[in-house]
Structure formats: C-alpha cells, structure tokens
Design a protein around this ligand. Structure first.
Ligand code: ZN
Ligand code: ZN
Length: 121
C-alpha cells in the first residue's frame, strides 16, 4: 500500500485514489469551498484576495477551487482586475506577479504529482 505525505498538513496517509490530500484535509477543503461559495453568493464580484480576507481561506486554495472547476467566479463586468491582488489589468485575469506565483505553484504541484506516481508503483 502506497503512503504519501498530505500536501496540506504533511500527515502520512494511504491515498485510496489519486490524491495528495488526506481525508481530514479533504473534509476541511469541502468546508472551505462551502464558505467561499456562500461568500460569493452574497458578493458575486469579489476578487480572490477579498474572498480570502473575508473568509480566511488561503487565496491559492481558492484559485485551486476555481481551476478544478469546483468554484465559479463571475468576471467583473467593467475594468479588468487581477483575480489575486486586485491590481488593474489591461487584459487577462492575473497580473504578471501573480501569474509568476501561480506558475511556480503549478511547478511545485507537478513535482508533487510525480512523487505520488513514483510512490504508488
Ligand atoms: Zn492533511
Ligand atoms: Zn496580481
């Protein structure tokens, strides 16, 4: 049986499916998702940073929800703003700084996924 470290709390556990998060954290994530969803229902145009400040949920976690499709955020109708820090943009959804941050995170996740595959063999 493969064992890995939880990507959130670092606890060692055996994943039943391809995941890098332990059951405890999965439950926490579900709670975070509900908190964020509820907040966005009241403030549909809030950006990630606002949502994070108000709900206490990590902005990277919110972005992950968005990317995985669990969370839908409404695009601001007029001016374009960075989804992460709220800086005004000419185009796109993230400013260069935040784009760098996110791609760094993606790299880290890619490496982590590779580790899971290796451990499961
Ligand atoms: Zn965990
Ligand atoms: Zn930004």
């Amino acid at each position: 049986m493969a064992i890995i470290n939880c990507a959130r709390c670092g606890k060692v556990f055996s994943p039943e499916k391809l995941t890098n998060i332990c059951p405890d954290c999965l439950a926490l994530e579900a709670k975070d998702l509900k908190t964020v969803t509820d907040y966005l229902r009241s403030f549909p145009l809030a950006n990630v940073m606002e949502v994070s400040n108000r709900t206490g949920v990590d902005p990277m976690q919110i972005l992950r929800f968005v990317k995985s499709g669990s969370l839908r955020m409404t695009d601001p109708p007029e001016q374009l703003k960075c989804r992460l820090c709220g800086k005004e943009l000419k185009k796109g959804t993230l400013c260069q700084d935040c784009m760098d941050k996110v791609s760094e995170l993606k790299e880290r996740e890619k490496k982590r996924d590779k580790n899971i595959h290796r451990n499961r063999r």
